[in-house]
Design a protein around this ligand. Structure first.
Ligand code: ADP
Length: 228
C-alpha cells in the first residue's frame, strides 16, 4: 500500500463548549475518493475544513505528504491551498460579477499565470464539464447545476492533488446532483486527483471508493454510514 497523501491523527476541534471533533483519525491516498458521511452536526464539515487547513485543530495533527500543516505559517498554508488543494462548497462560491470563464481562470491568475493562458485553460476545463458554451455568461444567468459545473471546473483548474467537496450537490435535485458528481468523479479519476467528499446522501457516497462515517465527532466504528 502506498503512503497516504493526507492524514488526520487524533484530531480534536472545539467551538466554545461544543466538541465538534473528538479524536478523529482519517487517511486518504493519492487519487482516492473517500466519502465522509454521517448525520447533520456530526462534524463532517469541521473535519473537511481541518484537513484543508482552513481551520486549525485544538489537538492532534494533520499531515500532508508527511508535513505537519499545523506547523505552517498562515502564508505557507495559503500557498499550499492554492497549489495543491481545490475546494468546492454547496453553492454561492462563484463571483457573481465575473463570467464563467473568468471565475474558472481566477485561481490561475492568483497563482501568477498570464491572462491569455489562464483563459485558455479555463475554457478547456469548462469544456471537460460540458459547459464551454456558457463561458461568457455570469452565474446569475445559468442554472444551479450549470453553476456547480463551473464551480467544479474552478476547483480543478489548478490540477490540485486533493479536492475538498462539502455537500457539493446539496443544493441540486437528485438528477442534476448525480450528473455533476459523476462528471467530477470521472475527471478526478482521469487526473489522479484525490477527493474528500462530505455528504449525507447515500446515492452520492456511492460514487466514492470508500466511506468513513462520523457520529458525534468521532469515527463510527460500525461504519454503517449512510450506505443502504
Ligand atoms: P456536519 O458537517 O456534520 O453537519 P459540522 O462540522 O458543521 O457538522 O458541526 C459539528 C458541530 O459543531 C455541530 O454541533 C455544530 O453545531 C457545531 N459548529 C459547527 N460550526 C460551528 C461554529 N462556527 N460555531 C459554533 N459551533 C459550530
Amino acid at each position: 500500500m502506498s503512503a497516504p497523501l493526507l492524514t488526520a491523527t487524533g484530531v480534536h476541534k472545539n467551538y466554545g463548549n461544543t466538541q465538534a471533533l473528538r479524536g478523529v483519525d482519517f487517511a486518504i491516498e493519492a487519487g482516492e475518493i473517500v466519502a465522509v458521511t454521517g448525520p447533520s452536526g456530526c462534524g463532517k464539515s469541521t473535519l473537511l475544513h481541518c484537513l484543508a487547513g482552513l481551520l486549525s485543530v485544538d489537538a492532534g495533527e494533520i499531515r500532508y505528504r508527511d508535513q505537519d500543516i499545523g506547523l505552517f505559517s498562515e502564508a505557507a498554508r495559503s500557498r499550499l491551498r492554492r497549489s495543491d488543494f481545490g475546494v468546492l462548497f454547496q453553492f454561492g462560491q462563484l463571483v457573481p460579477e465575473l463570467t464563467a470563464a473568468e471565475n474558472v481562470a481566477l485561481p490561475l491568475l492568483l497563482s501568477g499565470s498570464g491572462r491569455k493562458g489562464a483563459r485558455e485553460a479555463a475554457l478547456g476545463w469548462l469544456d471537460r464539464f460540458g459547459v464551454a458554451d456558457l463561458a461568457d455568461k455570469r452565474p446569475g444567468a445559468v442554472s444551479g447545476g450549470q453553476q456547480q459545473r463551473v464551480a467544479v471546473a474552478r476547483a480543478m483548474v489548478t490540477e490540485p492533488k486533493v479536492v475538498f467537496a462539502d455537500e457539493p450537490t446539496g443544493a441540486l435535485d437528485q438528477l442534476n446532483g448525480e450528473q455533476v458528481l459523476g462528471a467530477m468523479v470521472r475527471v478526478a479519476r482521469e487526473q489522479g486527483t484525490a477527493v474528500v467528499l462530505v455528504t449525507h446522501e447515500a446515492t452520492i457516497a456511492a460514487y466514492a471508493d470508500r466511506e468513513i462515517s462520523l457520529r458525534d465527532g468521532a469515527v463510527d466504528p460500525t461504519g454503517l454510514g449512510v450506505a443502504p
